[in-house]
Design a protein around this ligand. Structure first.
Ligand SMILES: [Zn+2]
Length: 561
């Protein structure tokens, strides 16, 4: 409790009365004294990240929802203009931004992977030679860890600030579970995408937690092998039509319903791929979350606990079938039910009103180019190998035969050591390289990374690239794609500064939240500072803002009365 004496004295309260009041308070039974203590915010903070959920899905599909998504939209705070302002709209940067409240220029996670100039190899965002992945029955090295995340997460700050607080994060993907957690956590679980077994990291634990081991033993994936994904509604009720052009279904599936999980074998990589790209994997993750909440008594301890859950299936479904598919629409119908079950489980275990939920996505997605070519604005597929070949050709002409490009990862182009210095020494050479890259189909702009510090206007492609620039990790040169042009050979993808990749839902619900529809600009970087304020934590500098307009008055002042 803060020293209270200056206030009564200023009000001219007689000292004797003040002393009596203090003594009286101390003499009250403990329960009543606790009720008068400053509220410490919610008992449980839940962050739900939906992998590849576009903002317009809420507008388009919410009339069909009756479960958890409907509850968040109708009874929570709905920010309709939330977007990532940077260009690397991928899973790892998105989750890192949600967790930390800062952008890739600060947290350092510029993509799911980048080129490591020291080892001359691609490195994933969670790769760590000094960590091991720990499964139920195996240990793998090198493993995954948060070592490359250069900013503290909300969850790790909460765990430090509130003794006794537990942090649990779950996803099918290592990069989602690890980034949501940050550098310290009690339980961080994800699934090996090839073998399908569940893993944690030596960065968090010395072994697979016993509750998780028991859950995985009792719930083998093979129990799902007879399941068939069929449409949930009659066909006429779907907004999305039955389009197939450019789709890239998982092995064993066609572009049409039904989608049986058993494409022959009930184990093996193809089965795991189909299961991960089905709503059944979301249901499994929800049951795992409920088991974790039970095992750690989340929301029932002395601190404020944290549950982060990232649903990966929407991303796999979206990559394969595209945002205009019935598969995507049906995936969200079923996710609405799954999130409804999660909230019902939390209502029972923690109590409605004792927890707060923030829901967003790590990125959106582009339309499938073959499906947009019949429309006014055409798109296409950008060929990274073609861009590299154009650069090699012009540099060979100017500098002589050789290999000048080390790697292209997403929009980042990495030159071989010393090549950028030679380009710098000759402005006409840089001009020729730019011209060659811009001649490739789908390329809108070319930037030199070291010049991105000079920010131009908000919302510009330069600014989006600058917010994604982290020294040592970004390419020497960065390209920006034209609208509806994607860096994928099949299906569709995300990862650009285009609107469909940047705009995502942003919803808050529960303890301390003022329901309503909010039109102000927002971003997923606002989640961490907003949750910190709701929990009464000391503010730290972030690149997001506290969304005070969506907080109840007490909560907006940091949980103080
Ligand atoms: Zn994706």
């Amino acid at each position: 409790m803060k020293p209270a004496h200056p206030k009564p004295l200023r009000r001219g309260l007689p000292l004797a009365v003040f002393s009596f009041a203090m003594t009286g308070l101390l003499l009250l039974p403990q329960g009543i004294a606790q009720q008068n203590a400053p509220p410490q915010g919610p008992k449980l903070v839940v962050v739900i990240a939906v992998d590849q959920m576009r903002a317009d899905y809420v507008q388009r599909f919410r009339g069909e929802w009756r479960g958890g998504l409907a509850r968040l939209v109708t009874r929570g705070a709905w920010f309709q203009n939330a977007a990532y302002p940077y260009s690397g709209t991928e899973t790892c940067p998105g989750h890192a931004t949600i967790a930390t409240g800062v952008f890739p220029e600060t947290h350092g996670i510029i993509g799911n992977a980048w080129w490591d100039r020291t080892t001359a190899k691609n490195v994933t965002c969670t790769q760590d030679a000094s960590a091991s992945d720990l499964g139920v029955s195996r240990t793998a090295s090198p493993g995954d860890s948060p070592a490359q995340l250069m900013a503290p997460s909300f969850a790790e700050r909460l765990r430090t600030a509130r003794p006794g607080s537990h942090v649990v994060t779950l996803s099918l993907k290592a990069r989602a579970a690890i980034m949501l957690a940050g550098h310290q956590a009690d339980i961080v679980l994800w699934q090996d995408e090839v073998a399908g077994d569940w893993l944690t990291s030596s960065a968090y634990a010395s072994e697979m937690p016993p509750f998780a081991r028991a859950f995985f033993d009792a719930n083998p994936l093979s129990q799902n092998s007879r399941k068939v994904w069929t449409l949930s509604m009659v066909e006429a009720n779907y907004h999305n039509g039955h389009s197939v052009a450019g789709e890239s279904p998982p092995p064993g599936w066609t572009a049409s319903f039904p989608h049986p999980l058993a494409g022959g074998a009930s184990t093996g990589q193809a089965f795991v791929t189909r299961w991960r790209a089905s709503p059944f994997s979301d249901e499994y993750l929800e049951r795992l979350a409920a088991a974790a909440a039970d095992a750690l008594k989340l929301g029932r301890g002395p601190g404020t606990d944290f549950l982060g859950i990232s649903f990966s299936a929407p991303d796999y479904v979206g990559h394969a079938f595209g945002p205009a598919s019935r598969e995507v629409e049906d995936e969200y119908l079923r996710l609405d039910q799954t999130i409804g079950k999660l909230l019902a489980d939390l209502d029972r275990a923690v109590g409605a009103g004792n927890y707060v939920v923030a829901l967003t996505a790590d990125h959106g997605v582009a339309p499938i180019p073959e499906q947009s070519q019949s429309q006014a604005s055409k798109g296409g597929r950008v060929n990274a190998a073609d861009i590299v070949a154009r650069i090699e050709k012009v540099l060979a002409q100017r500098l002589g035969e050789g290999r000048y490009v080390s790697q292209m990862v997403d929009q980042n182009i990495y030159f071989a050591p010393g090549v950028m210095d030679r380009i710098h020494a000759d402005p006409s050479l840089w001009q020729d390289v730019q011209t060659a890259i811009l001649a490739a189909p789908g390329v809108q702009r070319v930037f030199e990374s070291t010049e991105l510090g000079q920010r131009s206007g908000a919302g510009s492609l330069e600014q989006a690239a600058a917010l994604d620039e982290f020294s040592g990790r970004s390419g020497d040169v960065v390209v920006a794609l034209k609208p509806r042009w994607i860096l994928a050979a099949r299906g569709t993808t995300h990862g650009s500064a285009n609107d469909y990749d940047q705009h995502v839902p942003l919803l808050f619900f529960g303890a301390g939240i003022k329901p309503g529809v909010y039109a102000a600009a927002a971003s997923p970087a606002d989640i961490a500072p907003t949750l910190a304020t709701l929990c009464g934590m000391t503010p730290v500098k972030t690149e997001g803002r506290v969304l005070a307009e969506a907080m109840q008055a007490k909560a907006a002042s940091g949980g103080q009365p």
